[in-house]
Design a protein around this ligand. Structure first.
Ligand code: GAP
Length: 520
């Protein structure tokens, strides 16, 4: 049985505090005492979230010839969720306290009390383990009920009649609306197998125990792709270059989990050859997503692939790999990547009575394509980028978010040393000249040291200071967030220099005359 890693959760609390203090994330409805499982993105958080979404959409949709997007409704026809299997099967194991009525997820209870993973257990296994270890309510030490299934879908009534026949569900995944739009996309968007349909947007799950800040929410966002492939061509992937095959990653296979063995670092090519990863398209999509994370600055050592055990697989999945991130509270899923076969299209054919098959012009066959599904949770990605960027820099006595410039809410801070003698006006002039090219933050309040400290905490990669020399020689001081080093740059070349620095095609110290600053 896999041991659950338990590190101190202080870091997570510190990050949650920072997020609130610096306008990234607010507990939702805090004026009413908050609302468990719901968080709102504040002024800086919403900028960073947009950057994250834009980066994902650009990379996986706009810059690809084989993926198109949709943006569908979040409340759907109830038959969608009957056909998909969610009405019957989308549940978590729940136990109730017989004394205080507290409800807890059985797997979380076991994980917390015994430090073991209970992924994929049957109700009987939960009941046995709870009885064997005499586990009691974590709140009041009361006796616990037998484990039962709890459906996670939120429902509502559509129209003015609130009876059974008017129940509709808030989508628990964005994926189904891709399947229901499959035929419309094929008929209108000039797509040809293999191709993907992507969607980002809200999903809702009535989680029994929301927890770990943004990790387990009741309302969250997903960025999903259903990538459709001819059923016999799951190993015909044209993108398996040497770079993909030689890419090394930590893999925790189902076999290693069963044998209680550690994950192993291996090349994707090896994992394909040894059939650890079942199909080439699956391996390719795992590579693509891992590299999206890495290119946006995540430490690759904190990423790994974990295969779902057979009895842990969702009802639609024949093979599933999670990308896990090493959170302060252990290795946890930030991305799910499933081989859904043709389960969903087949179910929608059956329940809607519509022909959702695809005519393959190359093979002259009517087929129901198979699907590899890279499914990204936006909020979990956001959280992992935040945690990875968070540094308590003891040497410089500061907290700094070393966010990749693409993700940083602002790219540039513009700080006049003082407001008087024309410095503020010069600062505003620079802001006006750069604001269309970069998200800039102008601030002329408080000491320059405090403004730098604040900008470090919100991850602004570069700040420029306007001082009395600026008024004489037309240069400004540009400060690098990560090293705190400073250079002098002419205003006339600021745009070019910033572009190159943000694109990481120019080294900071080669971008201008270095200023020697005293260490504290
Ligand atoms: N369409 C497949 C699907 O929804 P999933 O593994 O249930 O698969 C995919 O979810 C991703 O959505 C997860 O890897 C995670 O990033 C995110 N996610 C799922 N439940 C979540 C929750 N309660 N709070 C935040 N993110 C969640």
């Amino acid at each position: 049985m896999a041991k659950v890693e338990k590190e101190k959760v202080e870091t997570l609390q510190n990050i949650a505090n920072l997020c609130k203090r610096r306008a990234f994330i607010f507990p939702s409805c805090e004026i009413y005492g908050g609302f468990a499982g719901f968080y709102d993105y504040g002024p800086l958080g919403s900028e960073m979230k947009l950057n994250l979404k834009e980066s994902w959409w650009a990379r996986f949709v706009r810059q690809r010839e084989d993926v198109v997007g949709v943006d569908a409704c979040t409340i759907n026809h109830p038959m969608v969720w009957t056909a998909s299997g969610h009405v019957d099967g989308f549940s978590d194991p729940l136990v109730d306290c017989k004394k205080c009525g507290y409800r807890i997820r059985a797997d979380h209870l076991i994980e917390d009390a015994l430090g073991i993973s209970a992924d994929g257990w049957t109700l009987e296994q939960f009941n046995e383990k709870i009885a064997e270890n005499k586990l009691l309510c974590p709140k009041c030490k009361g006796d616990l009920s037998q484990t039962r299934k709890f459906n996670l879908m939120f429902n509502t009534h559509v129209g003015p009649i609130e009876d059974e026949s008017h129940i509709a569900y808030l989508r628990p995944e964005t994926a189904q609306m891709i399947f229901t739009n499959f035929k419309a996309v094929v008929e209108t968007a000039r797509v040809k197998l293999p191709f993907g349909i992507a969607q980002m947007g809200r999903a809702y799950r009535n989680e029994i125990s929301p927890r770990d800040f943004l990790f387990r929410l009741r309302e969250f966002e997903q960025m999903e792709i259903e990538y459709f492939i001819h059923p016999t061509k799951l190993n015909d992937c044209p993108y398996l270059t040497k770079a993909v095959l030689d890419f090394e990653v930590l893999i925790l296979s189902a076999e290693n989990q069963k044998a209680d063995k550690e994950p192993e670092k291996m090349k994707l090519g090896y994992a394909i050859d040894k059939k650890i990863i079942g199909t080439k398209w699956h391996a390719y999509w795992l590579y693509e997503v891992l590299n999206w994370f890495i290119d946006l600055g995540i430490n690759p050592e904190k990423l790994r692939l974990r295969q779902h055990l057979k009895d842990e697989l969702a009802h639609y999945s024949s093979e599933c790999w999670d990308i896990e991130y090493k959170f302060p509270f252990g290795w946890k899923e930030i991305h799910g990547n499933s081989n859904r076969g043709n389960f969903d299209l087949t179910q929608h054919i059956k329940f809607s009575g519509k022909d959702l098959s695809y005519f393959d012009e190359d093979t002259h066959e009517k087929i129901v394509p198979h699907v590899i599904e890279p499914s990204q949770g936006l909020d979990r990605a956001f959280l992992s980028f935040l945690i990875d960027a968070y540094v308590e820099d003891k040497e410089n006595e500061r907290i700094v978010l070393k966010l990749h410039p693409i993700l940083a809410p602002y790219k540039l801070g513009i700080f006049p040393l003082v407001k008087k003698d024309g410095l503020a006006e010069k600062g505003k002039e620079i802001f006006e000249s750069l604001k269309k090219d970069f998200a800039c933050m102008y601030d002329d309040k408080g000491s320059i040291g405090k403004r730098y400290a604040r900008s470090d905490e919100v991850g602004i990669p570069y700040c420029l200071a306007i001082d009395y020399d600026t008024m004489q020689d037309g240069t400004v001081t540009l400060r690098d967030r990560d090293s705190t080093r400073q250079i002098r740059v002419p205003i006339s070349s600021l745009k070019e220099v910033l572009k190159a620095l943000l694109n990481r095609t120019l080294e900071f110290e080669k971008a201008g005359a270095l200023i020697e600053t005293r260490k504290k």
